[in-house]
Design a binder for this molecule. Structure first.
Ligand code: ZN
Length: 490
């Protein structure tokens, strides 16, 4: 099929026409989550950005193989070599097997993604399930002479690599500057150069996630899993690699170096990066205490939130910006998105109820061509939304009787909304107030639970029993647990 999709390639720093390597097929890889905690707003943006790309490519008729990995090896803080890895720490604190921690947070991640209407990828490989392939990849880099063994660990030789190939070309960094800025920080005697990154790391005795290798009992370096699993499932060269801009350096830079070292050439043809989300103008970070989990957005429980925001409001909010621009979260911005989404939903519902006249009294602009042009322009979703609102003006006029529309025009408008709003942008159009109703209902039951808790605290057993019995007769299952009261409707 004929199309003109152009995407911004971070590597060439230009918008390029998208031409896949194999006719009719697209291979795409996106860095997925590290599973040791709940997904927050920062996870939603890459997930939604590349979901849109996945949906659009599929819509254009491509057979897309979309690989999104799960980082579950329990790395240390990136390349820091000291301390306890995060999954192991969580496992120790919660007295769980590390893979229980992984599964727990992976289930929750999937639940959040499903709420956001993010389609599951075609393959979701775990780093821990590809240790043999990663060891093999390290061997290839060692054989090529771009890595060295040191006290049971294997490091990538950045200086030697940079002598033959430019290191830092993706992020535009200059290796000489990097060397001078990192040399002072170096406390590692194992490495030849502080910029060298671990391909394999010998496990300290307290490191509970480790595997046998030719070099030591240890674990693979973080950057390695993406090079290994990307090429395993998509081939030595594949079309698209995506991720957040924060992964550009060092993660993706290291991936490029690993591919060139192991394979003799780069693996990725189009590098695509989504920009970050700030919260009230600040980066999300532990020191700001502004990590808001998606769950907290959905139930409104974080102190920075004035109200709950439904998953579709979060999705719409993210799509109202082009993926390469920054997005700043604030209650005002999300409330504006909530209103805009409500307006869009109203338009969609009116469109469903329109009845046709023998002839249209207006000539419709080619909204469909406009929406395709916007998507083709590096996934310009805010422009698609603007086009749908333009079409909405005419739909509202038709509803009010100010204009008439023929059946052909109504059909074209319905196809426009079904294609771009529902299929490509993945907006679930709920019945009016469904999300609001659910939030209000849950809030009301929580309030009753709070009254019961207060009654119990005041030893007002009559009130607390009355609430429990009446809720039971309405079909609620109420349980007192050590984490508080849990309820569900049976
Ligand atoms: Zn990655």
């Amino acid at each position: 099929m004929q199309h003109n999709l152009c995407v911004y390639n971070t590597l060439s720093r230009t918008k390029q026409p998208f031409r896949p390597l194999h006719e009719g097929r697209v291979g795409m890889y996106v860095c997925g989550p590290t599973v040791y905690g709940d997904a927050h707003l920062g996870h939603a943006r890459p997930a939604i950005t590349f979901d849109i790309l996945f949906r659009y490519l599929t819509h254009l008729g491509y057979k897309v193989r979309y690989v999104r990995n799960i980082t579950d090896v329990g790395h240390l803080e990136h390349d820091a070599d000291e301390g306890e890895d995060k999954i192991a720490k969580k496992a120790r604190l919660e007295q769980l097997e590390p893979m229980e921690v992984v599964q727990h947070y992976l289930n929750r991640y999937h639940h959040d993604m499903e709420a956001l209407n993010v389609l599951p990828p075609s393959i979701e490989p775990h780093a821990s399930g590809h240790i043999i392939e990663q060891i093999e990849y390290i061997r290839r880099i060692l054989d090529a002479g771009y890595a060295y063994e040191s006290q049971g660990s294997v490091y990538f030789d950045v200086e030697k690599y940079n002598h033959d190939h430019p290191y830092g070309k993706l992020s535009g960094r200059n290796i000489e500057d990097l060397i001078s800025s990192t040399r002072a920080l170096d406390g590692q005697s194992e490495k030849r150069n502080p910029l060298d990154f671990a391909l394999w790391k010998k496990a300290a005795p307290e490191h509970i996630m480790h595997w046998p290798s030719p070099w030591s009992e240890g674990f693979p370096g973080w950057h390695l899993e993406c090079s290994t699993m990307g090429t395993k499932y998509l081939g030595d060269t594949f079309d698209i690699h995506g991720g957040g801009m924060d992964l550009m350096f060092p993660h993706h830079e290291c991936e490029i170096a690993q591919s060139v070292a192991a394979q003799g050439h780069e693996a990725v043809r189009y590098w695509m990066h989504n920009n970050m989300i700030t919260i009230n103008g600040k980066k999300m970070g532990k020191s700001y205490n502004n990590f808001i989990t998606l769950e907290e957005f959905f139930n409104g429980s974080h102190p920075l939130l004035q109200q709950p925001y439904s998953p579709m409001v979060i999705r719409f909010f993210i799509l109202q910006a082009q993926y390469r621009s920054t997005v700043d979260f604030s209650n005002e911005a999300l409330q504006a998105s909530e209103k805009a989404l409500e307006k869009m939903t109203d338009i969609y519902r009116r469109l469903g109820n329109l009845s046709a006249a023998p002839q249209s009294s207006v000539t419709l602009p080619d909204f469909t061509a406009q929406a395709y042009a916007a998507m083709d322009d590096d996934l310009n979703t805010p422009m698609v939304i603007a086009t749908l609102f333009e079409a909405g003006k005419i739909i509202n006029q038709a509803t009010d009787g100010a204009v008439t529309l023929s059946q052909a025009d109504i059909d074209a408008l319905r196809k426009l909304f079904d294609t771009f709003l529902v299929e490509i942008m993945g907006i679930r159009v709920e019945a009016k107030g469904a999300d609001k109703g659910t939030a209000a209902y849950e809030g009301a039951v929580d309030l009753i639970m709070e009254i019961r808790k207060n009654a119990k605290a005041a030893k007002d057993w009559a009130t607390s029993d009355l609430i429990r019995d009446r809720l039971a007769s309405l079909g609620f299952d109420v349980k007192d647990t050590k984490n508080g009261v849990e309820w569900k409707l049976l």
